[in-house]
Write a protein that binds this ligand. Structure first.
Ligand code: NAD
Ligand code: UDP
Length: 312
């Protein structure tokens, strides 16, 4: 049993991490300013004595009056549709927010866990992407605010590890989806499913040949806990190595929702990575972790969730 601070715990992924920690008997303090998170994601925990919610921006020092064993830093907007809307907030939470959370870990001699991203690889020139690849990022492009914030966060995490002796873990998360994403989140899986459920055209950007590798949230969270509990520092890729074009994803979504939606093509955003797939060799060998849920299964579960919250 441990006490864990989770930043971003009212968000999509963070709220699932919180649920898993509580389920195994840990106590959780969730710190979130709700910029992209929702109290609905944690409302079921209201009466749980092992859970506490602190509405707070982690760019400011976090007022914690208790000792903790682990700090999990998941706070950060993550949808490309937020990159142009709140770019400075994204840079701040990746830099100031990361240092504030690291300072809690240092003061408590606690383990620190950073939610990094496959976006540190940018528009990758190596495929699939192993952790040893340094990436291909445009620092001044619209995605730079997120990519560079996360690259900075990794660098800051390793500096606290090397120079302040903090015990750290870094996960590089590949596109993850599932219940509790916001229907209006802007990411491709939530967009396609809500569009398919409403019978609207699926907005495929560009010609739809770009690829991504989509991981269901339960698999992702299992990877996080394996990393948190184990001895391997990372960075480590956690994702599903099934690779799909956006046209293939659209087909999967249309089938899973039994929709008669058509495809509507839209312009490709600037610097949109052409392809992305995790090399999972390290995840297998260091964490004995691998994904178990197929895209078709995961999309069906996620569509059930969206249908229920949207009343469709
Ligand atoms: P999300 O937007 O649902 O969750 C992020 C949470 O962080 C939200 O609850 C938000 O309110 C909170 N937050 C943001 N800035 C904050 C601040 N300054 N102070 C306090 N709270 C703040 O997104 P998500 O998909 O759940 O992502 C969670 C983490 O995982 C992020 O760090 C993201 O970069 C990382 N990640 C996610 C994916 C993915 O595919 N879902 C992929 C790569 C990395
Ligand atoms: N995309 C799309 N239609 C949408 C939203 C996104 O075709 O409605 C594409 C986007 O251009 C990208 C891929 O889907 O190539 C994944 O986008 P997402 O925003 O989910 O995540 P990313 O991997 O780009 O961070």
């Amino acid at each position: 049993m441990a006490k864990v601070v989770v930043s971003g715990g009212a968000g999509f992924l963070g709220s699932h991490v919180v649920d898993e920690l509580l389920a195994r008997g840990d106590e959780v303090v969730c710190v979130d300013n709700l910029v992209t998170g929702r109290v609905d994601n944690i409302a079921h925990l209201d009466d749980n004595p092992a859970f506490r919610f602190l509405e707070h921006d982690v760019c400011d020092p976090v007022p914690l009056d208790e000792n903790v064993d682990a700090v999990m830093h998941l706070a950060s907007p993550a949808s490309p549709s937020d990159f142009g809307r709140i770019p400075v907030e994204i840079l701040r939470v990746g830099s100031l927010g990361t240092e504030n959370m690291l300072s809690i870990a240092k003061a408590n001699d606690a383990r620190f866990f950073l939610a990094s991203t496959s976006e540190v690889y940018g528009d990758p020139l190596v495929h699939p992407q192993p952790e040893s690849y340094w990436g291909n990022v445009n620092p001044i492009g619209p995605r730079g605010v997120y990519d560079e914030a996360k690259r900075f966060a990794e660098a800051m995490t390793m500096a606290y590890h090397r120079n302040h002796g903090v015990d750290v873990r870094i996960v590089r998360i590949f596109n993850t989806y599932g219940p509790r994403m916001r229907p209006e989140d802007g990411r491709v899986v939530s967009n396609f499913i809500t569009q398919a459920l409403k019978g609207e055209p699926l907005t495929v950007y560009g010609d739809g040949s770009q690829t991504r590798s989509f991981c269901y949230v339960d698999d992702q969270v299992a990877g996080h806990l394996a990393l948190l509990d184990g001895d391997h520092l990372g960075p480590i890729n956690i994702g599903n190595d099934g690779e799909f074009s956006m046209l293939e994803l659209a087909e999967v979504v249309i089938k899973a929702t039994n929709s008669d939606s058509e495809i509507g093509f839209m312009p490709l955003p600037q610097d949109d990575p052409a392809r992305r797939r995790p090399d999972l060799t390290e995840a297998h060998s260091k964490l004995s972790w691998k994904p178990t849920i197929t895209l078709a299964e995961g999309v069906s579960k996620t569509a059930e969730y969206f249908a229920s919250v949207l009343g469709l």
